[in-house]
Design a protein around this ligand. Sequence first.
Ligand code: HEC
Length: 138
Amino acid sequence: METKIRSLIVIVFIATGVIIYGCTETDSTKGVGPIKNISIDSNINTSLSAQGKQIFDLKCAICHTFDKRSVGPLLKGVTQKRKPEWIMNMILNPAEMTSKDVVAKELLKEYKTPMVFQDIKEDEARSILEYLREKDKE
Ligand code: HEC
């Protein structure tokens, strides 16, 4: 009898753990990193995207273009393929993304070069995202 109660208690504990884990698990399509949820306007903020372009030309264009695959993936269409949170996490947290996020892991396997973090701030990453969104509307 006592062992039955004990195993019942264990089962309840495990079930509770599974439920709690299930509820706190993050949306994997948003990637791994500081950005959990962002809201974006459907219109492009052109002054923000202009800021993003400057940073992109300086820090990203060596490895990415919009017309062909380079050291890194072609970025045309990336905002249609990935969630905005995912893109920002990739910019802000590439090492963890390529070791934990399923999609980013596959990219690293394919491209072999790791994408480097270049001390990009959150608001800078947001402006780059705006630039990528603008490019995808062209
Ligand atoms: C040293 C080269 C390099 C630099 C610099 C670089 N990247 Fe990358 N990027 C890569 C590689 C390579 C990948 C594929 C994942 C990997 O191998 O780590 C990638 C992946 C990405 C992806 C995901 C693409 C997809 O198809 O989902 C985005 C978005 C991205 N980079 C944006 C940027 C931005 C924005 C910058 C500038 C802040 C930047 N990258 C700077 C090499 C680079």
